[in-house]
Design a protein around this ligand. Structure first.
Ligand SMILES: [Zn+2]
Length: 264
């Protein structure tokens, strides 16, 4: 029988922001609620559990439980003005693992698609997991000024290797068996990766923040924040092409409200 993995989509809470943060339309993104309700979006903040025959992988950490009681301190003043956050009890990555009978010690690898705050906020809830991985490029660009988020965690930055997929055919075959690829899809950030998982029926592409919803790659709309617009467009174009493959069963943006929690 063909080996496959299972992907659990978990929503760790949600996030409200001006729509220009998701879909580039302005040069400067306004703080949340400044432009009125019609311009605001409420979206999920996702984390994923991948069950591979050789181990469990968490992709992105979502929100920390601290934001329920202490958001200003958790995020800092500057970020606080751009977004509103919510993480109902039971929704953090730690709590959702617990509801599946798992603890961080049962997690073999934590993989970060990139190091934006809505992806690293909950990292410390995963202390006890065996390994923490991030691309070396992302690490080099971001690590030094976000150190407070990684206290107690020792990241292994990985070098990009040739793989059969992606806009540059670079990334990492996570288990060396072609079932889970980290795919180098830069542009939103310097070392952003997407995750390609071989599930029942074909490939599931966890796009992360290459785009914020299906319309991002259908209409080639860049994210509001980009490290490099040319790379961001090339990554979006690759997602557009990959999503059209008959063996692609889904392309999921991290913050797309149309992607529901569940097991895929
Ligand atoms: Zn994000």
């Amino acid at each position: 029988m063909e080996q496959v993995v299972k992907v659990h989509v978990m929503h760790t809470g949600d996030l409200k922001y001006d729509q220009s943060l998701a879909f580039k339309e302005l040069n400067v993104i306004p703080p949340v609620n400044q432009r009125g309700e019609a311009y605001q979006q409420l979206v999920p903040v996702s984390s994923y559990l991948i069950e591979h025959p050789q181990g469990r992988v968490i992709v992105d950490a979502g929100w920390h439980e601290d934001i329920r009681t202490n958001p200003k301190e958790h995020f800092g003043e500057e970020l606080y003005q751009f977004i509103e956050y919510r993480s109902p009890v039971g929704s953090s990555v730690r709590e959702q693992l617990e509801s599946k009978g798992l603890t961080p010690a049962d997690v073999d690898m934590v993989v970060m698609t990139h190091l934006d705050e809505d992806h690293i906020s909950g990292l410390q809830l995963l202390i006890g997991a065996k390994r923490f991985l991030v691309s070396e490029l992302e690490w080099k660009h971001v690590a030094s000024y976000k150190a407070k988020w990684y206290q107690g965690i020792s990241f292994e930055p990985f070098e990009l290797e040739p793989i059969p997929y992606g806009p540059y055919k670079l990334g990492k075959d996570l288990f060396g068996d072609g079932l889970v690829f980290l795919v180098y899809t830069p542009g939103h950030t310097a070392g952003h990766v997407s995750v390609l998982a071989r599930v029942e029926g074909g490939w599931l592409l966890l796009v992360s923040d290459v785009g914020y919803a299906e319309k991002s790659w259908k209409e080639l709309v860049l994210p509001g924040n980009t490290f490099d617009e040319k790379l961001a467009l090339e990554s979006l174009q690759w997602v557009q092409k990959f999503a059209e493959r008959p063996d692609c069963v889904g392309a999921f943006a991290n913050h797309d409200p149309a992607v529901l929690p569940g097991i895929y």
